[in-house]
Design a protein around this ligand. Structure first.
Ligand SMILES: Nc1ncnc2c1ncn2[C@@H]1O[C@H](COP(=O)(O)OP(=O)(O)OP(=O)(O)O)[C@@H](O)[C@H]1O
Length: 245
């Protein structure tokens, strides 16, 4: 469904993605993890066309995404930090998104479950610039799920949410997973990833270090907790790097 083929990306002299190849299928729920600055967000942004790789290609449903836009309507994206026009009210933003979509396609499905779960209607008349970080996250989540996309890309979805909101969002993600959607999540909260994911991608120093099914990973390490497995992988990579030095 989504294929990264030998993706390379540098910002100036900094190599952020080095020869990344990955293949994701519908029904999978992919946890992308790795230390700060390892290239996770850049990988996601390259899939969304927000970052253009220097070389390699990305296929969505078998089609190269280069210079393509239509595929993006199949993706719901929740960014790490939502940047919205500060004077726009929540209601106006949501109506605007609906209007843009309606103009493009007949019979689209609108999923407002998140809006209801987070009781966003009560805050509909608040300008986006005045919202707390967590409420902005809730708006971002509402937009990501709004058009019932078949692929969901969630960049640190629960960061900044209170425990109740975090649980509500996770149950929604699990509901979408059960429908057979492809879900891609980055997070530093291992317990969340363990709960939500079927596969693990581990990146370090701009490279893909591991792509494995969660269960296979647990079996290989003889360990049930993802946090312990990742700590071991990080330690091993560090030792290897020190040996090279
Ligand atoms: N537009 C840009 N211009 C220059 N450097 C960038 C740009 N975007 C990202 N970088 C750099 O690329 C590296 C990878 O960043 P990225 O945001 O992909 O990491 P990440 O794995 O998502 O990190 P985190 O866990 O902190 O969110 C970082 O060193 C970052 O400073």
């Amino acid at each position: 469904m989504i294929k990264f083929e030998n993706i390379n990306k540098s910002f100036g002299k900094l190599e952020v993605l080095q020869n990344i190849s990955l293949n994701f299928e519908m029904g999978q729920s992919i946890a992308i993890l790795g230390p700060n600055g390892s290239g996770k967000t850049t990988l996601i942004k390259s899939l969304l066309g927000m970052v253009i790789p220097d070389s390699g290609q990305i296929l969505f449903d078998g089609k190269n995404i280069k210079n393509e836009f239509a595929y993006r309507s199949e993706i719901g994206y929740m960014p790490q930090i939502g940047n919205y026009p500060p004077n726009l009210k929540i209601a106006q933003l949501i109506d605007m998104m609906k209007d843009i979509r309606k103009g493009k396609k007949e019979g689209i499905i609108i999923d407002e479950e998140i809006i209801a779960l987070f009781k966003l209607e009560e805050m509909y008349q608040k300008p986006l610039g005045t919202l707390s970080g967590g409420t902005k996250q809730k708006v971002s989540a509402a937009l990501a799920f709004l058009f019932d996309p078949k692929v969901l890309i969630l960049d640190e979805p629960t960061a900044g949410l209170d425990p109740l909101a975090s649980e509500l969002l996770k149950s929604k993600i699990l509901e979408e997973k059960r429908k057979g959607k492809l879900i891609i999540i980055t997070s530093h909260i291992m317990a969340d990833l363990e709960e939500l994911s079927t596969h693990v991608v581990y990146m370090q120093d701009s490279r893909l270090r591991l792509f494995k099914e969660m269960e296979a990973l647990k079996e290989e390490f003889g360990e049930d907790r993802l946090s312990k497995i990742i700590a071991q992988i990080m330690q091993n990579s560090k030792k290897k790097t020190e040996l090279v030095k």
